[in-house]
Design a protein around this ligand. Structure first.
Ligand SMILES: [Zn+2]
Length: 317
């Protein structure tokens, strides 16, 4: 491979130009107070996860987080990025996953691999709660500089990330939300998925026999049907999302909306990392340089950026 000359290496790093056209499929159930999204990033999951060398149990949780933010971001009207941040005192101290309004996904996870190994000795299949420990979960919408970040924070509650997200929505939103997240490494690599249902308010103008109890029944039926989705089904690349949704909800008259694309979406740039380096004291920069070169890895996509020592810092030429 030929190294990109420094003068060309100014914008996006050489990351996969991968777009999954039908990454998120929105749907609703006719005459039922239920809408949802089926998230299947397909091969994109493998591309995102394999750029990191964390243990598999850590990447598995990251894959679930990616599917979750992809599904939630697609339900919002915003310009910018929607992110999930989990901070705990467990083997994973930080997990960040975000998705832009255009469906660009990325994540960053910080784990203590010795603590992960110790946990695995007693618990070969650790839960999200065991991996994250006690801490909090924050969901935020960042619409860029000069705008307020809208953030909601809850304590981590529940065993799985699905439970934690559902807990967040039951405490912060007005309506019920049902979430199931999936991630598994199989023969074709990593795959992840999410099925999210929301109970929506029934609008006025319905017939008088449309009592609230009917809405309760319809919601319960929808979540019961959704629970029958298996990991093997949602992670199977050869089953279309439409097929899956009809298979699950055919008795409830599912209506499929316009699918949304998901893509590899790191927003790192050489200029941004150079800006960070400029804030470091000269001594630190000297210490970081090896054979005159400072290497900075993007914590999201793990791309390595190389800077000549004399290019950066207050004493730069
Ligand atoms: Zn990056």
């Amino acid at each position: 491979m030929i190294d990109t000359p420094a003068f060309l290496d100014t914008n996006r790093p050489d990351t996969p130009n991968l777009v999954v056209e039908q990454g998120v499929v929105p749907f609703y159930l006719a005459s039922r107070p239920v809408r949802g999204r089926l998230v299947r990033p397909g091969v994109l999951t493998d591309t995102l996860l394999t750029r990191h060398d964390n243990p598999d149990v850590v990447l598995r949780l990251a894959g679930e987080a990616l599917a979750l933010v992809a599904g939630l971001a697609s339900a919002l009207k915003f310009k910018g990025s929607f992110s999930l941040q989990a901070k705990g005192d467990g083997p994973i101290s930080l997990l960040v996953a975000d998705c832009t309004d255009a469906g660009a996904l990325r994540f960053h996870v910080r784990s203590d691999d010795e603590k992960v190994a110790a946990l695995l000795r007693d618990h070969p299949h650790p839960t999200a709660a065991q991996l994250l420990g006690g801490g909090y979960l924050a969901f935020s919408v960042d619409q860029g500089p000069d705008t307020d970040i809208h953030q909601g924070i809850v304590e981590i509650r529940g065993e799985s990330l699905s439970d934690m997200a559902a807990h967040y929505f039951t405490t912060s939103e007005q309506h019920a939300c049902w979430v199931r997240l999936y991630c598994h490494k199989g023969d074709a690599g990593w795959r992840a998925g999410a099925l999210i249902l929301e109970r929506i308010a029934t609008e006025g103008g319905h017939t008088s026999d449309d009592a609230p109890e009917d809405g309760d029944d319809a919601w319960e039926t929808a979540t019961t049907l959704a629970s029958t989705l298996t990991e093997a089904e949602i992670l199977n690349d050869s089953l279309s999302s439409e097929t899956l949704l009809y298979r699950l909800f055919h008795s409830e008259d599912p209506c499929i909306g316009h699918p949304r694309a998901l893509a590899f979406g790191c927003r790192c740039s050489r200029a941004r990392l150079a800006g960070i380096l400029e804030t470091f004291p000269t001594d630190d920069l000297d210490h970081m340089a090896e054979d005159g070169t400072i290497t900075m890895n993007c914590s999201f996509c793990n791309h390595a950026f190389h800077f000549q020592r004399e290019e950066v810092g207050r004493d730069a030429a």
